[in-house]
Design a protein around this ligand. Structure first.
Ligand SMILES: Nc1ncnc2c1ncn2[C@@H]1O[C@H](COP(=O)(O)OP(=O)(O)OP(=O)(O)O)[C@@H](O)[C@H]1O
Length: 263
């Protein structure tokens, strides 16, 4: 079957076409087609086991598909086939991922955590024992402002609240200037106020970055979503505005009707 990409209003940055992935004969991803526009903030929802994490594993080349194409469209007009790239090289290309649990360096300051992320190829040793350039400092302070931790630059990361650790980790991704950011359940375990601030942060990033956010908390999805993709059995069940997917009978049947609030 021919795969028809959505109408192109804005250039696409990512195309996933006809992707399959099985584990021991079980199809976790089944003929998946997904298109992300440059600067878009897309929310992906779906029941447990729908294939959301596997989808992110495929984009970051942690997992290789059995079939299909995953293309990263660079702004120089080149397309990179992500199924042929190693996981390490995917992050170098500008695709960053934030896992659900924050993994900040607790015994280092917030500032140093960002400095370490900025280091990239230069390496951790070099980063900790060398002076950063003025451009590095500007970048770190700009990220600190974006994640609203500028007053916490000298705090040990281990002393931050859960929400602040999540923002710091988003900041650590930002320090590397990713073109695409994959963010897995950023609001999990957060207070209502932290959740709202996280939504504001993600909304402030769209346009400058393209984001895919996996989330279960529908209030949070309502806050951030412009377009929502519903995954079910490794396939796109529905895609559209929050109101469209929320009132769709099939989405209610397979997901919303069964959902119990996690937090
Ligand atoms: N490495 C693996 N080996 C075997 N089965 C796997 C592997 N990874 C995922 N699966 C299976 O693939 C299916 C999709 O899993 P996946 O974790 O992608 O779903 P999910 O939508 O992220 O679920 P959740 O919301 O619970 O995190 C599940 O049935 C899971 O058991």
């Amino acid at each position: 079957m021919a795969h028809i990409p959505p109408e192109k209003h804005t250039p696409l940055i990512l195309s996933v076409e006809g992707v399959d992935k099985s584990f021991d004969g079980f199809k976790a991803i089944n003929d998946l087609n997904f298109y992300l526009e440059e600067g878009e903030l897309r929310t992906v929802i779906g029941p447990n086991g729908a294939g959301k994490s596997t989808f992110m594993d495929l984009i970051t080349a942690r997992t290789k598909p059995d079939a299909g194409k995953i293309q990263f469209h660079l702004d120089n007009g080149r397309d990179v086939d992500l199924t042929r790239v190693r996981e390490h090289d995917v992050s170098q290309l500008g695709i960053g991922r934030k896992f659900q649990n924050p993994t900040v360096y607790g015994s280092h300051t917030v500032y140093d955590n960002l400095k370490l992320s900025l280091a990239g190829e230069r390496g951790i040793f070099h980063s900790l024992f060398s002076r950063e350039t003025a451009a590095d400092r500007d970048k770190i302070f700009s990220v600190l402002e974006t994640i609203r931790l500028d007053k916490h630059a000298d705090y040990l990361a281990g002393a931050l609240s859960h929400g602040q650790k999540q923002w710091l980790e988003i900041g650590m991704l930002l320090a590397q200037d990713p073109k695409i950011m994959l963010v897995d359940e950023p609001a999990a375990g957060m207070s209502d106020e932290e959740t709202e601030r996280t939504g504001e942060l993600l909304l402030s990033l769209q346009g400058k970055h393209s984001l895919i956010v996996i989330e279960h908390d529908m209030e949070f999805v309502r806050q951030i979503a412009s377009r929502v993709t519903v995954l079910h059995q490794g396939h796109v069940l529905k895609e559209g505005s929050f109101d469209f997917v929320k009132s769709d009978p099939q989405v209610i049947e397979v997901y919303l009707g069964r959902q119990t609030r996690k937090h």
